[in-house]
Design a binder for this molecule. Structure first.
Ligand code: FAD
Length: 448
């Protein structure tokens, strides 16, 4: 039997272990997780802090006991892998419970240690109450401190997915929110006019927005000096300026790192050591649309890569097709969703493209609750290949998922008019916004 070791026991690691067990009932599988909690839903952390998820236990999908009993997989929590020894095919493990160190042999090793938060360059950072939100432990600490220290106001540093989600969740908890974003717009993978819709929503919900600004320094009196010269007060800071792949063990082991900073893997998730696979936030993958290196630290990606690695280990491989970067975010009553590239990214690659944009209602105007849905699609005017799409508004999720499916299936932009989309007045219109985009785009196509 094969002995398979896994580093990391959350999205990528625990999913891989389960998938492998489903495909192979013989393999010996041991998962090492340095923290005390495995298989928790990272994506749910903001919603526990906001009180939308009532019990923290609801975020935990499995425990070492349930993995052992239901799947015959051994999970060693509070066990940190401190080195990968490729010549001996072992890992060195630090057992934080017994304060012991030992080596464990592998036939195959799967590396899924996730990412680490980037710490922004703020002068006198140590003066402030600073937090990040990556792990279950981080969430518990933040939750406890908010209550115990009676925090009333926060400065969110970073207006990406986590910053935006936390703005809503802190407000739900009655906390005053300042959001400081370095670029001109929040969620800057959206087109600026789409980000504007989210900014209006934040302002309407009483979030203080500081765009084109950074926190420069924490003053002696704990107030925060921003780069635009203003000074704001906040009881604590949540640092959410981004993450970087947690590659240090791989680097020490001499595995190749790609241009985007993630561990290089092939289409079967193998690193340049055929016995070591890497998956999740730590890797560099390829862009489905352009074939270029791409890094997308999202849960779907980790789950899919876990399956691909498991299939290769049982000698029944299927290749990974690459990533589109389909993502979604709720900002109070607004929803923003994206797939593929935005105009900025296409321009940077010097790809010539056409754009169609539509402002419609998400469903029949006469049915209560009809609200604006904005949709934009970028495509090649030569052959109709879809490069990317964005939607903001109710029903953005459905439209972006349909377009993501279309891209995966190789449909072109004019094919969007042919899609038969489920319709009744509360959901859509006889011509769905996705169909409308297809009709509009057809006029801009050179051929056909
Ligand atoms: P992780 O799930 O982070 O797991 C890595 C694990 O490895 C960690 O538990 C770590 O303790 C452990 N580890 C690291 N080093 C070692 C070592 N040396 N030895 C042993 N163990 C080690 N994605 C979405 O698609 N949608 C969302 O809505 C979404 N929301 C998110 C919200 C938050 C607050 C966060 C933090 C992330 C969110 N994500 C979301 C991203 C998603 O959670 C990640 O892409 C996914 O968890 C990546 O899986 P992973 O296995 O690579 O890393």
């Amino acid at each position: 039997t094969k002995k398979v070791l896994v580093i990391g026991g959350v999205a990528g690691g625990a999913t891989f272990a389960s998938q492998l067990r489903m495909l192979d009932d013989q393999a010996e599988i041991i998962v090492f997780e340095k923290d005390g909690t495995m298989s928790f839903a990272n994506c749910g952390l903001p919603y526990y802090l906001g009180g939308f998820v009532k019990e923290k236990e609801h975020l935990i999908a499995a425990t070492p006991e349930s993995f052992q009993k239901d799947k015959n997989i051994e999970v060693r929590i509070r066990h940190e892998v401190i080195s990968i020894n490729r010549d001996k095919k072992t890992v060195t493990v630090k057992d934080h419970i017994l304060n012991d160190t030992y080596d464990e042999h592998y036939d195959k090793l799967v590396y899924s240690p996730g990412a680490v938060p980037i710490v922004p360059d703020i002068k006198h950072l140590d003066r402030g109450n600073c937090y990040s939100l990556r792990s279950f432990k981080d969430m518990l600490k933040l939750d406890e401190h908010i209550t115990q220290k009676n925090y009333q106001s926060v400065c969110l540093v970073g207006g990406g997915f986590i910053g935006l989600e936390m703005a809503e969740n802190f407000k739900a908890r009655g906390i005053k929110v300042h959001l400081v974003q370095r670029s001109q717009h929040v969620l800057n993978l959206l087109e600026p006019e789409f980000s504007n819709i989210l900014e209006d929503e934040l302002l309407e919900n009483d979030v203080d927005l500081h765009l084109s600004s950074t926190v420069k320094q924490i003053n002696e009196d704990h107030s925060l000096k921003l780069s635009d010269g203003s000074v704001i007060e906040a009881d604590f800071l949540l640092l959410a300026v981004g993450i970087k792949p947690n590659t240090h063990l791989a680097e020490h082991a001499g595995l190749s790192i790609g241009t985007t900073g993630g561990v290089k893997v092939n289409e079967y998730m193998q690193t340049d050591d055929e016995h070591i696979y890497a998956i999740g936030d730590v890797i560099e993958s390829v862009d489905f649309i352009t074939g270029k290196p791409k890094q997308v630290p999202l849960a779907w990606v980790a789950h899919r890569e876990a399956y691909i690695a498991a299939r290769h280990i049982i000698d029944n491989p299927i290749p990974f097709k690459g990533i589109l970067g389909t993502a979604i975010c709720k900002v109070f009553e607004q929803t923003a969703a994206v797939v593929g590239h935005n105009a900025f990214s296409l321009e940077k690659m010097n790809l010539s493209f056409e754009t169609v944009e539509l402002n419609a209602r998400q469903h029949a105007g006469y049915y209560p609750g009809a609200a604006k849905l904005s949709l934009i699609v970028h495509f090649s005017s030569e052959n109709g290949k879809i490069f990317g799409a964005q939607a903001v508004g109710p029903g953005a999720d459905k439209r972006i998922d349909v377009i993501s499916t279309a891209i995966t299936g190789g449909l072109t932009v004019d094919d969007l008019q042919t899609l038969e989309i489920a319709y009744a007045p509360p959901y859509s219109s006889p011509k769905d916004p996705v169909n409308m985009i297809g009709y509009k785009a057809m006029k801009k196509l050179k051929k056909k």
